[in-house]
Design a protein. Structure first.
Length: 323
């Protein structure tokens, strides 16, 4: 079978890989679509966070396909089912899934291109769950990439007032169209002052992975680092901060966190329950993926997309590979 692998730093190639064999406890899925997780996959591609340290390497978690064979111990799925699996086989033609994996059967007639970004949407939704967002909360999302836009929609689905900040007007335009209450371009001091002035926020999602954003959120306590321009009003007493971005080390103003009794939470993947909620909310039109899909490319022609991801990542939004 064919599959994508990072064969060197910054290099993605289509390779011949071994065909997986179905076992008693697994099902064989023929992939139809596979979504690119822009931030995670770029980090692996350039040797950053999530990279194993050796090549060839790969990391993707958004395969969508048809079950074509089931093991004798599979109880809840059958041949012909269309499934999304939060497994990490890379972008490949076939892969194995177990019932104990994060896997959901997709409703009949569900948009399979949208399904290929269910993982990123699930991550964003789980950010809102981790932040225990309530209808009367003021939420600030730092970063309007795909995960930030899905986290924003998750917070809106919980009934909160949601502000979102980014340095890219195009991304902020997506946010406004998807229902953000307030948008802020924080590339300027005026923009940073404006988002600061609307604080404090009950919940902050930090999805950029940038040190200067951590300084902005937590305040000026780390005076030897750039980016702290004025005392932060972002966080109030017992605010909750959810961190969702790949990085090795995190530094923040501990005195600020201690004085305000902040909750600093970490977010990882998503659950089957998250995916089922997202699917239900998508069917009701509450959460939208389709407006964020900007690139659908055939498997045999997808290498240039990864070159763009490496060299000009901000030009991409939702990217889906079709097998």
């Amino acid at each position: 079978m064919k599959g994508l692998r990072n064969t060197a730093k910054g290099v993605v190639e289509i390779l011949d890989l071994d065909m997986p064999a179905c076992t008693d406890d697994s099902m064989l899925v023929k992939n139809k679509y596979s979504g690119i997780s822009n931030g995670t996959e770029r980090n692996v591609l350039i040797g950053g966070s999530y990279w194993s340290g050796v090549y060839p390497d790969y990391f993707s978690y958004q395969p969508v396909g048809e079950v074509i064979e089931v093991g004798k111990n599979i109880k809840n799925f059958k041949v012909g089912d269309m499934v999304y699996a939060g497994t990490t086989p890379g972008h490949v033609e076939y892969h194995l899934v177990k019932e104990t994996d994060i896997v959901v059967k997709l409703p009949e007639g569900f948009d399979m291109e949208e399904a290929a970004l269910l993982g990123m949407c699930g991550v964003g939704f789980h950010v809102a769950v981790r932040g225990e967002v309530k209808p009367y909360d003021k939420v600030l999302v730092m970063g309007a990439g795909l995960i930030g836009l899905f986290a924003m929609q998750g917070a809106l689905a919980h009934g909160a007032e949601v502000s979102i900040a980014d340095i890219d007007d195009t991304r902020l335009d997506y946010a406004k169209k998807l229902g953000a209450d307030y948008i802020y371009n924080t590339s300027t001091k005026e923009g940073r002052d404006t988002v600061n002035a609307r604080g404090p926020y009950d919940v902050v999602f930090e999805i950029t992975g940038a040190d200067q954003v951590m300084d902005f959120v937590f305040g000026t306590g780390i005076n030897d680092r750039a980016g702290a321009e004025s005392a932060s009003r972002i966080l109030g007493f017992k605010s909750r901060v959810v961190l969702c971005a790949g990085r090795t080390d995190v530094r923040y103003n501990f005195n600020e966190a201690e004085a305000k009794e902040l909750s600093v939470l970490h977010n990882t993947h998503f659950t089957v329950e998250d995916l089922k909620c997202v699917i239900r909310l998508m069917e009701k039109g509450v959460i939208k993926i389709r407006p964020l899909i900007k690139t659908v490319v055939s498997f045999n022609e997808c290498i240039p997309v990864f070159n763009t991801l490496r060299d000009n990542p901000n030009s991409l939004m939702g990217c889906v590979i079709k097998f």
